[in-house]
Design a protein around this ligand. Structure first.
Ligand code: SAM
Length: 299
């Protein structure tokens, strides 16, 4: 025992010059990126905010020690969390984004020409300001005149939304430790479902099948009780997220049925080509490995 703990003490927890993502959410592992320069460090009312220049993934946004996005792989996340729900319904008009302060989801929503209103409720203004300063290619989403930014708690915001307002709600949240905790709980999903029109859709960030099957199991169980249309899990690869993959919960409310696996619309890429999403990867995202399929389908 003594010898072991001595050994552990000899291993530095952070290799000098590298950012290591150490968290109780993924015990026993920590992905590291080589840091070229720390560009910003601040503390907001809600979290620690950091931006650094990495050697291989461009600039990186970190909240409370957890990577939120990198310039190199953010497309995989932002395009999938947005186009999986929005290409599954025809003519979305009103869209709500919860979290997503960096603006990347807004950038993707704005590709949909039928959309008339894009509301976003982000709790932390510092994330918005930092993104505008350091990630102009992501924060460009704010330049769309259809976007209306609300700074506040997404839980409270949704409670106040009149019933049946939105065609789609996208929950681009951080992990369920810290300000985003309630965004993974049943009352929140209930207010999402009320805020959606019949046959409306929600897509929420739903963690990793390698690390968080227990969290996913709970989310699926809650969603099956609340969303009477369909309930699906999809996933994508994001190299800088823990375990390299991230999933999404896609549900629809009772009404015209939504077949998430078969997109009904395509993106006009003339202004800005997509980097990751295409109709084939849309359908493929719903194919699950056997171990995950067993758990998710049993719920
Ligand atoms: N778009 C990012 C990406 O590419 O991976 C994902 C993370 S995004 C920065 C998550 C945001 O959710 C953070 O800015 C955080 O402040 C916000 N957030 C956390 N809890 C919230 C809450 N209760 N209401 C609204 N926003 C919240």
């Amino acid at each position: 025992e003594g010898a072991n703990s001595n050994n552990n003490n000899n291993i530095s927890s952070v290799i000098s010059g590298w950012f290591s993502e150490i968290s109780p959410m993924w015990p026993g592992e920590a992905h590291s990126l080589k840091v070229e320069e720390i560009l910003f460090q601040g503390k907001s009312e809600y979290q620690n905010v950091m931006v650094f220049q990495s050697a291989t993934y461009g600039k990186v946004l970190v909240l409370d020690g957890v990577i939120q996005l990198t310039e190199r792989d953010e497309c995989a996340y932002q395009e999938m969390i947005t186009h999986l729900p929005l290409c599954s319904i025809s003519n979305p008009k009103k869209v709500l984004v919860i979290g997503g302060g960096d603006g990347g989801v807004l950038r993707e929503v704005s590709r949909h020409s039928t959309v008339e209103q894009i509301d976003i409720c982000e709790i932390d203004k510092m994330v918005v300001d930092v993104s505008k300063q350091f990630f102009p290619e992501v924060a460009i989403g704010y330049e769309d005149p259809r976007v209306k930014l609300h700074i506040g708690d997404g839980v409270a915001f949704l409670k106040a939304v009149p019933e049946g307002t939105y065609d789609a709600v996208i929950v681009d949240s951080s992990d369920p430790i810290g300000p985003a905790q309630e965004l993974f709980e049943k009352p929140f999903f209930k207010s999402v479902s009320k805020a959606l029109r019949p046959g409306g859709v929600v897509c929420t960030q739903a963690e990793s099948i390698w690390l968080h099957m227990h969290i996913i199991e709970d989310i699926v169980a809650n969603c099956r009780q609340i969303f009477k249309g369909s309930v699906n899990y999809a996933w994508t690869t994001v190299p800088t997220y823990p375990s390299g993959v991230i999933g999404f919960m896609l549900c629809s409310t009772d009404g015209a049925p939504v077949d998430f696996k078969h997109p009904v619309s395509q993106i006009d890429e003339s202004a800005r080509p997509l980097k990751f999403y295409n109709p084939e990867i849309h359908t493929a995202a719903f194919c699950l490995p056997t171990f995950a399929k067993k758990v998710i389908e049993a719920k």
